[in-house]
Design a protein. Structure first.
Length: 228
């Protein structure tokens, strides 16, 4: 496990800042989306990188709420915001009850919320997400105390040249790269949240399948050229 070497971070963009850049696998970001009632108010991003034939996932350790407290490693995750129609202010919907109470408000998109949260919690610049973030969709998260609630997930694979673009996250004590085995071992020691293992496995399998398909397509194209 290697700690990410990063530089100082700048302030994250607000929901009103819109680059106008669409995502590779999702429609362009907008301030408003059609949401279920109550809206899914939690979003998360599985950030991966490839070392030879092995994937690693970027986990963050949130800042402890009290001095001396230890927090487990988790995936970058956060809360969607809705807009107060009277003040124009964007507010976090931190609970399902609060999300339900404001279901009729203007909500930021899942993509925008994910972009903001992974910047704040893992130091990944929004530009990388807007270019390459892939939608996984809704998955139930099983919290340590037994609660179960939906989180809307995205996946992002970083390239070698992206490493220098990572910055110091404002909401994390530290960030580290884990192999799947290392994450599972950390979860067994209660140093990482086990509820995130399944979505990391799924994201890794999706990328492996995509890579196999790409290699198969390239081989097929090569065979076609030789057959001419």
């Amino acid at each position: 496990m290697g700690e990410v070497k990063t530089s100082r971070v700048t302030s994250p963009a607000s929901p009103e800042d819109d680059s106008g850049t669409g995502l590779q696998y999702h429609p362009p970001m907008t301030d408003e989306t059609s949401s279920p009632a109550p809206p899914i108010h939690k979003v998360g991003v599985v950030v991966l990188r490839r070392d030879a034939d092995e994937f690693r996932v970027l986990l963050m350790r949130p800042r402890a709420k009290r001095e001396g407290g230890a927090t487990p490693y988790v995936l970058p995750r956060g809360t969607r915001q809705y807009q107060d129609p009277e003040t124009g202010e964007w507010l976090d919907a931190r609970t399902a009850a609060e999300a339900a109470a404001h279901a009729d408000k203007k909500w930021e998109s899942f993509e925008r919320a994910a972009s903001r949260e992974v910047h704040e919690e893992a130091g990944v610049p929004p530009s990388l997400l807007q270019q390459r973030m892939k939608e996984m969709g809704e998955r139930d998260y099983h919290a340590p105390k037994g609660a179960v609630y939906p989180v809307y997930w995205f996946c992002l694979e970083l390239k070698c040249e992206d490493m220098a673009k990572l910055s110091v996250p404002v909401d994390a004590e530290e960030v580290k790269w884990f192999t799947l085995k290392e994450m599972e071992e950390a979860a067994a020691r209660e140093e990482a949240r086990p509820g995130y293992v399944s979505v990391v496995k799924e994201a890794m399998e999706n990328l492996k399948s995509e890579i196999r398909s790409q290699k198969s397509e390239i081989r097929g194209q090569g065979s076609g050229v030789r057959g001419r």
